[in-house]
Design a protein around this ligand. Structure first.
Ligand code: OOG
Length: 254
């Protein structure tokens, strides 16, 4: 286990990379730390953001696609925090100079209608969700060239940098829906089945992580269930994510 002091130093390094938009080498190049340390660095990083007045508004899951897990050689999802500073309203402009090297992923979002207490977790998390929506997540690893280890990316709040959510609708079956992500440069198609077979499984994985890692969730918070396709560069112009039968969401990079 790394010391509280080193935890703070590593969190500060990642925070400076984000606020100055300058990438940093992998922490694992110079430090040995395990997954528990990585979540402690993430928590310290979020404390810095909250200390600047940001509010935690939800969580995001990563590595929910089998391809990405295989690529990283892991079998566990990762969890990061979303803050209000990361939120982009549906259709709004987003200044690309806010980021280091942003990429975008098509996702499904869930809205929580009940708190989730890790000490007294619900038996099934579906009862805590009242709405679903199409979403895009902007990931912007603070590491040079997106080169990181499993523990690095957890420390870096799972590359979370921005998100936009389309119109909410009452909970619907979101299994195996066609997903299309269009940017000015590329079009990518996929299926929500890439998200652990069904985005609802991402909710189950989240509940498990909440129990294991003492993460509490609050009614009104959002959950991004993970990418339905590989991430693509976020470029200037309109980026649209469409989830068949659920709806679409856009952001406009400039
Ligand atoms: C890590 C974040 C991955 C997902 O949905 O798998 C992620 C990264 O690739 O930078 O958000």
């Amino acid at each position: 286990m790394i010391s509280a002091e080193l935890t703070g130093v590593l969190a500060q390094r990642l925070d400076t990379a984000q606020t100055s938009r300058r990438d940093t080498p992998s922490l694992a190049d110079s430090h040995e730390f395990d997954i528990d340390d990585a979540y402690a660095v993430q928590a310290a990083l979020l404390e810095l953001r909250v200390g600047r007045g940001e509010r935690i508004v939800g969580v995001k899951l990563g590595f929910t696609s089998k391809a990405k897990m295989a690529q990283m050689g892991v079998s566990d999802v990762i969890v990061g925090r979303l803050t209000d500073a990361m939120r982009i309203a549906d259709g709004d402009e987003v200044d690309l100079s806010r980021f280091i090297h942003p990429k975008v992923e098509p996702e499904v979002a869930f809205r929580l209608c009940r708190d989730v207490d890790p000490e007294d977790p619900p038996t099934e998390i579906e009862s805590c969700v009242d709405a679903v929506a199409p979403a895009v997540e902007i990931i912007d690893s603070r590491y040079r060239d997106f080169r990181f280890t499993y523990t690095d990316v957890v420390a870096d709040n799972t590359s979370a940098a921005g998100y936009a959510i389309g119109p909410w609708r009452a909970v619907a079956d979101v299994a195996n829906r066609a997903v299309r992500l269009r940017t000015a440069a590329t079009e990518t198609v996929g299926s929500t089945a890439a998200i652990l077979g069904d985005p609802v499984h991402a909710l189950h994985a989240l509940l498990d992580m909440c129990r294991r890692r003492g993460i509490s969730l609050k009614a009104g918070q959002v959950v991004l269930a993970g990418a339905a396709t590989a991430a693509v560069p976020l470029v200037a112009g309109v980026t649209e994510c469409d989830v068949a039968g659920i709806g679409s969401v856009t952001v406009k990079g400039f």
